[in-house]
Design a protein around this ligand. Structure first.
Ligand SMILES: Nc1ncnc2c1ncn2[C@@H]1O[C@H](COP(=O)(O)OP(=O)(O)OP(=O)(O)O)[C@@H](O)[C@H]1O
Length: 299
């Protein structure tokens, strides 16, 4: 059974289609990544799947409930962490969670269990307003799993959080998924995309590609070479726009050059008289390529 199965989701705001015919499936227990440029419609999709927004068109089921007619049931079983979650800054971690427990009609024991679950017990008396970014995210996660949802929708949960705290947050997400929770998480970080079981890439309202990271990279058909040169700036300018070259990105003292046609790219690099060797195409290369293609399609 899929936890999420939606077809043809479409939504317009002020006459502008911001989500256009998006279909998505997420298997139970899976961590699904939701990626795409700013303003592509990720949050709007999440809100339609959470039962918070009614689509203009499309159908689907979330946790076997109809997204058009059973929105209340969906809300009860989904934990939604919004992009700009907020707390009472002058209340402690525990007091904030007591408040959330009250909203859901949960017993006080739920707060203690959740604090222990997320390693927050020793900090429970700390004021929410004084917490670092990483602990704030953890408190937000605690607040959205306390009612024991089966599905978590996390909208850019780690934006602006340092790498160590992000890693710990992701360890937590994996621990929750190992217990059977399904997670849909939107992010702009490539390392986070790589920690998902599968990813979905949406650009300008359209779902462009989906699959495992390896599948998405393979499906792009892009090839990449690392160019070593003592004049990277000059070579980069020379290669940009040359035959077979799609992207040129400086990495320290080398250049990563990516394109869709191996033979054309190799010919260009040989003609440039630089030394080069093949490298793996990264997810970031693929996303930048897809973004440029989608912009061209929109133009
Ligand atoms: N309630 C609304 N009324 C009008 N326009 C809206 C509304 N909600 C979203 N939009 C617009 O819809 C588009 C898609 O927004 P959405 O927040 O879904 O994108 P996103 O992919 O989540 O972006 P980001 O990565 O920046 O969070 C944007 O242009 C946004 O301004």
């Amino acid at each position: 059974m899929n936890a999420i199965e939606v077809h043809g989701l479409t939504k317009s705001f002020g006459g502008r289609k911001v989500v256009d015919d998006v279909s998505l499936s997420v298997a139970k227990g899976e961590i699904a990544g939701f990626l795409g440029p700013n303003g592509s419609g990720k949050t709007t999709c999440i809100r339609m799947m959470c039962g918070l927004l009614t689509p203009d068109a499309g159908t689907g089921r979330v946790l076997e409930h109809d997204i058009l007619t059973q929105q209340r049931a969906i809300k009860r079983q989904v934990g939604y962490m919004t992009q700009r979650f907020s707390f009472y800054e002058d209340l402690s971690i525990e007091e904030n969670l007591n408040f959330v427990a009250g909203l859901y009609g949960l017993p006080r024991a739920a707060v203690g269990d959740t604090l222990a679950d997320l390693g927050l017990t020793s900090r429970k008396g700390q004021l929410a307003g004084r917490l670092s970014g990483g602990w704030k995210q953890r408190l937000a996660l605690a607040a959205c799993i306390m009612h024991q949802p089966q599905l978590l929708m996390l909208d850019e949960p780690t934006a602006g959080v340092d790498p160590k705290a992000r890693r710990e947050f992701w360890d937590e997400i994996h621990a929750l998924s190992a217990r059977g929770l399904t997670v849909l998480v939107s992010t702009h970080y490539m390392d986070e995309a790589e920690r998902c079981h599968r990813i979905n890439y949406i650009a300008y309202g359209h779902l462009i590609t989906h699959g495992t990271v390896a599948e998405v990279i393979a499906a792009s058909g892009l090839v990449t070479y690392v160019v070593t040169t003592d004049r990277p700036g000059q070579v980069a300018r020379q290669l940009l726009g040359a035959k077979g070259v799609d992207q040129v990105a400086p990495f320290g003292t080398t250049l990563h050059v990516t394109g869709p046609d191996r033979a054309a790219l190799e010919a260009t690099l040989k003609a440039a008289g630089v030394s080069f060797h093949p490298a793996e195409t990264s997810l970031e290369d693929v996303f930048i390529h897809l973004m440029e293609q989608s912009q061209d399609n929109m133009a």
